[in-house]
Design a protein around this ligand. Structure first.
Ligand code: SF4
Ligand code: SF4
Length: 421
């Protein structure tokens, strides 16, 4: 048996095959395939553990068929860590079969920030050749492995790292935090990082933004490239352990989950790093948790925002970080802003990082439920807390000519802070 799979034996035996996971799996709702459901994948994992199934392309396909949305984990009466089983199987598959070279090259770039910086800058300069600009973003001029209907964000002219200093002091600080931005905030939505800085500084918080930070490594974990993911985890654990900070703040559930969960799991067999990673875990907060659990949002700093909005809860903030409801708690404090909840704010949008590029049709059919839910609220703005969800929802809104715009929770709070004068 592949040594990576040892850890999951205890999870696999917990499953009593009740099928509760079938009722909540967004992929099963679209394709009615048992292989999409947690129960089907656990059966397959059992067969792999028993040596009854080989690491074939078919097996890889079945384990790729997952949004890692954690809906099954949340609804499992036996507490099976389905995510752990799926990610371990993907790692064993990658170990045995390798990855196609374009994926290998892309994942490798994520661990090398200078290469990423150059790649994104080049993409920004040459985008006009391949993409045309529309109201909500850019779309391919011709099919380049992507449908011409897709609407994507344009790379930022200046990355967040080019716009924000390493040390952002305030007079009489009440606290000092380290900020982990993540790729979507650094390269696509730097305004999110600037909004975070603005709101934190107004609250008297000093912000350290370590310059050498890079991708959190979750896309690498998701694709089973465990050795690279471990290197990335070690690099961030070293970097953030050196910063004297009361908290680490993230603005994306995926990055938050990397610090909270993946780093301690990936480094559990390296004694020094295991305890260092755990220390970081204990002080990592999504920005919404920070303002609900650590330093209460100061209502006196909020001014009116006369907008109607709805909120999409990213899977990795709601279920992954266990922060469901906290962003709405803050947003509801904004004077003048009218919150119109969706029927199912925690339903996965279907983006799941690269899933929407690897399986665009299936991803879009999951997204369509979210778009209907948004439409039925009648709200003008969609607020969310994750760059990947923002890209996916904005893409859907653009493709269906819907008028709503998508912003991050912290941008909505920053608007309110600005309006207070
Ligand atoms: S809900 Fe849990 S116990 Fe039931 S089949 Fe799914 S994974 Fe197994
Ligand atoms: S994580 Fe989500 S997509 Fe994957 S099996 Fe569970 S419910 Fe289905």
């Amino acid at each position: 048996m592949n040594s990576i799979l040892k850890d999951i034996e205890t999870e696999v035996v917990k499953c009593m095959k009740c099928g509760n996971c079938q009722a909540v799996c967004p992929l099963y709702k679209e394709n009615h395939s048992e292989a999409a459901v947690a129960r089907g994948k656990i059966r397959l994992a059992e067969a792999v553990l028993n040596g009854e199934v080989d690491y074939t392309a078919g097996l890889a396909h079945r384990f790729d068929m997952c949004l890692t949305c954690l809906a099954c984990v949340e609804n499992c009466p036996c507490g099976v860590r389905v995510d752990k089983i799926i990610l371990s199987l993907r790692a064993a598959l990658t170990d045995n079969r390798g990855l196609p070279w374009p994926q290998r090259a892309a994942l490798n770039a994520l661990s090398r920030p200078k290469l990423m910086d150059k790649g994104v800058k080049t993409a920004g300069i040459t985008q006009g050749l391949f993409f045309k600009r529309g109201g909500k973003g850019i779309s391919p001029r011709f099919p380049i492995g992507l449908s011409t209907r897709r609407v994507l964000p344009s790379p930022a002219r200046k990355t967040l790292k080019e716009q924000v200093a390493e040390k952002n002091a305030v007079s009489n600080p009440v606290m000092r935090v380290a900020f982990f931005a993540g790729c979507t905030t650094n390269y696509l939505y730097p305004e999110v990082g600037k909004a975070l800085l603005e709101v934190l500084q107004k609250h008297g918080v000093e912000v350290i933004f370590p310059r050498a930070q890079h991708c959190c490594g979750t896309p690498v974990v998701i694709h089973g490239a465990r050795d690279t993911a471990r290197e990335m985890a070690i690099s961030h654990v070293d970097m953030f352990s050196k910063v004297e900070a009361d908290a680490i703040i993230t603005v994306c559930g995926t990055c938050g989950e990397a610090f909270r969960q993946y780093y301690p799991e990936l480094l559990s067999d390296i004694p020094d790093y295991s305890s260092k990673a755990q220390k970081l875990t204990d002080k990592t907060y999504d920005i919404s948790e920070f303002f609900t659990d650590v330093l209460p949002l100061n209502k006196k700093l909020l001014g009116p925002v006369n907008e109607s909005f709805t909120y999409h809860e990213p899977c990795h903030i709601g279920r992954g970080m266990g922060a469901a409801g906290k962003p709405e708690e803050l947003l509801k404090l904004i004077p003048g802003a009218k919150y119109i909840p969706m029927k199912d704010p925690g339903r996965c949008c279907g983006g799941a990082g690269s899933f929407s590029f690897e399986r665009p049709e299936l991803s879009f059919s999951v997204l369509e439920h979210k778009l209907k839910d948004i439409k039925s609220t009648g709200a003008n703005t969609v607020v969310t807390g994750c760059g990947s969800c923002r890209m996916q929802i904005n893409d859907g809104l653009g493709q269906q000519n819907m008028h709503q715009n998508v912003i991050h929770t912290i941008e909505m709070l920053a608007k309110s802070v600005r309006n207070a004068g």
